[in-house]
Design a protein around this ligand. Structure first.
Ligand code: ATP
Ligand code: MG
Length: 559
């Protein structure tokens, strides 16, 4: 089945934007933005937002900005900025010249705050953080007004200027919007818009010691950039009245905020806070560990960016939160790789087979198709010889009922090569199987039956003398439960899958793989999809990561 690379025909957001575009609202311009906070690496949830924002902008001949929402100095780092740009590009999107930083607007945000003070719409409050919290009230009780709420404009201007000048300690004063302490929406109960933070910022350095809060900074950044449609996740729905309030008070360009459901995915966690824990506590080997749902991780795992875009298109946009099954993502990855990935022969756990009637000094090239249904990808020559490796678990001395592979006295096909029959099992002193002695049928060249006789099993193999050693990392899901987040009474890390990585150091792969470029993907026949590790593979050291198995083995377990 081919993957639909095209976005869904419509969804409620695309309908709104197409309607605005067609009706000439905002002069027919569509400008979106993807606004990550550079406090961690991007994950699959962000991919949904990236595909949406860049996607709808392109569909409406508009543009999409990449804006770093870097208003919180303490948690942000340049490493994250660089990684985020690399990840957005990898996913296939381009912001062109539209790269922005919210920190570039600090002066303007400050000036708008002064405007609000002058309008009597903002005041300096000197309650402590705890007091502000207790004055705020609850969902059922209205808040109480701060005793500092009625400071004069002059007093507020003076205090705010001194806050900005660094005269006060952190926590001693904040600037708050003056809205409504009895509002049913707690976000409107005089939210804090500036706080004192004596922290160095990754771009502005020591220039500021007051920093704007998210709700204030975000709508102003959107407005400054003349964003027409500000698409965000559902938890901001209750913040929308505040978004609108700031822009209405300031009478500046007013984007339309529209909320959509965030992506939740089973068997993983999509929250930067949790991902940071996994990285810093060493549960995984860094932000690009192939088990993580970070874009850097899935890239290294071998998930093709086109398949991620197809996935984001297929899950669609909803107005209520739900959990998408990891099996769907893996299904789409398989679909893409089945179509795209060339085939290769690799043996992960080698068992030597000596073909006793094959001349010791003979080698021959057998022709193997690169793809079963894409003849245009051609064929290649793979060397066959007297000693080969097959997969250990393709042989059973005492076979179980449905075992159709190699058994003593049994015959199987070696893919594209010959039929072989097992005559003898050689063991070491501990009784472990070390080698099989087989004979081949010279009349079965190419793996075709010479006389109509059938064999049930077809095995993959490599020539012992020609195959190259390789390290293969078998990655599996990082968690053993579908919702590691919400299992009662446990930390999400209690559900880490102890078998999420198995490293096989002694694999053998066909020689053509020496030329494979970093990140290229292959189907190792009968085993799954694998990619060349982009960091550890070197010309003299082959390292492959398992992207996904050929079939879903998890769905069964759940049921
Ligand atoms: P996290 O909860 O992981 O910290 P965040 O929302 O704080 O995520 P930001 O860097 O602020 O992370 O997010 C940038 C953009 O990506 C925002 O517009 C946000 O709504 C969107 N986004 C983040 N997580 C998801 C998700 N799971 N599904 C869809 N969009 C998301
Ligand atoms: Mg955030």
């Amino acid at each position: 089945m081919a993957i639909s690379a095209t976005p869904p025909a419509s969804d409620f957001i695309r309908d709104i934007i197409a309607h605005d575009h067609a009706s000439g609202k905002n002069s027919g311009l569509v400008v979106c933005r993807f606004p990550p906070e550079p406090n961690g690496y991007l994950h699959l949830g962000h991919a949904k937002s990236i595909c949406l924002n860049f996607g709808v902008a392109a569909e409406n001949n508009g543009c999409c900005h990449l804006r770093f929402d870097d208003t919180n100095p303490s948690k942000e780092e340049t490493e994250y900025v660089d990684a985020i740009m690399a990840d957005v590009r990898w996913l296939g999107f381009d912001w062109g010249e539209h790269l922005y930083y919210a920190s570039n607007y600090f002066q303007l945000m400050h000036d708008y705050a002064v405007t609000l003070i002058k309008m009597g719409k903002a005041y300096v409050c000197s309650l402590s953080a705890d007091e502000i919290r207790s004055y705020r009230g609850t969902l059922t009780e209205p808040g109480r007004e701060s005793p500092f709420r009625n400071r004069t404009v002059a007093e507020n201007l003076d205090l705010f200027a001194r806050m900005r000048a660094g005269e006060f300690a952190e926590g001693s004063h904040v600037l708050r919007a003056k809205i409504d302490m009895s509002s049913g929406n707690v976000n409107l109960r005089d939210p804090v818009i500036y706080r004192i933070l004596k922290a160095s910022h990754h771009r502005t350095g020591e220039a500021w010691c007051i920093y704007p809060m998210y709700d204030y900074a975000h709508c102003i950044s959107d407005s400054i950039e003349q964003i027409t449609h500000s698409l965000c996740t559902l938890e901001f729905e209750d913040h929308r009245p505040l978004y609108d309030w700031f822009l209405d008070q300031l009478r500046i360009f007013h984007p339309r905020q529209i909320e959509f459901a965030r992506l939740n995915l089973s068997y993983t966690v999509l929250s930067k806070r949790k991902l940071i824990k996994l990285v810093t506590r060493g549960h995984v080997a860094g932000w690009d560990d192939p088990r993580l749902p970070t874009l850097a991780g899935i890239r290294r795992r071998g998930y093709p960016p086109a398949a991620i875009r197809a996935f984001c298109g297929r899950i669609g946009m909803a107005k209520s939160n739900s959990v998408v099954d990891m099996a769907l993502l893996e299904h789409i990855i398989r679909e893409d790789l089945n179509e795209q990935a060339p085939r290769a022969l690799a043996v992960l756990r080698p068992l030597k087979v000596v073909i006793t009637n094959y001349p010791a000094d003979q080698v021959e090239e057998v022709t193997v198709p690169n793809h079963p249904n894409r003849p245009e990808l051609g064929t290649r020559q793979v060397t066959f010889s007297r000693e080969i490796f097959i997969e250990q678990d393709d042989f059973m001395e005492v076979p179980t009922k449905k075992f159709f592979r190699l058994v003593p006295g049994g015959e199987v096909r070696l893919r594209s090569a010959y039929f072989i029959t097992c005559n003898e099992v050689i063991k070491n002193g501990e009784g472990e199987i070390k080698e099989l002695r087989c004979t081949y049928d010279p009349a079965s060249r190419g793996g075709a039956s010479p006389d109509g006789r059938k064999v049930k099993g077809t095995l993959h193999w490599v020539s012992a003398a020609h195959a190259l050693p390789a390290e293969v990392r078998l990655y599996d899901r990082l968690f053993t439960v579908a919702s590691p987040d919400s299992e009662a009474g446990a930390e999400f890390t209690d559900h880490l899958n102890p078998a999420s990585l198995e490293t096989l150091a002694n694999c053998r792969v066909e020689p053509s793989l020496a030329a494979a470029s970093p990140e290229s993907s292959f189907q190792f026949e009968r085993l799954g999809y694998f990619c060349v590790d982009r960091h550890d593979a070197k010309p003299d050291r082959l390292v492959f990561n398992r992207t996904v198995t050929l079939r879903d083995s998890w769905t069964k377990i759940d049921k």
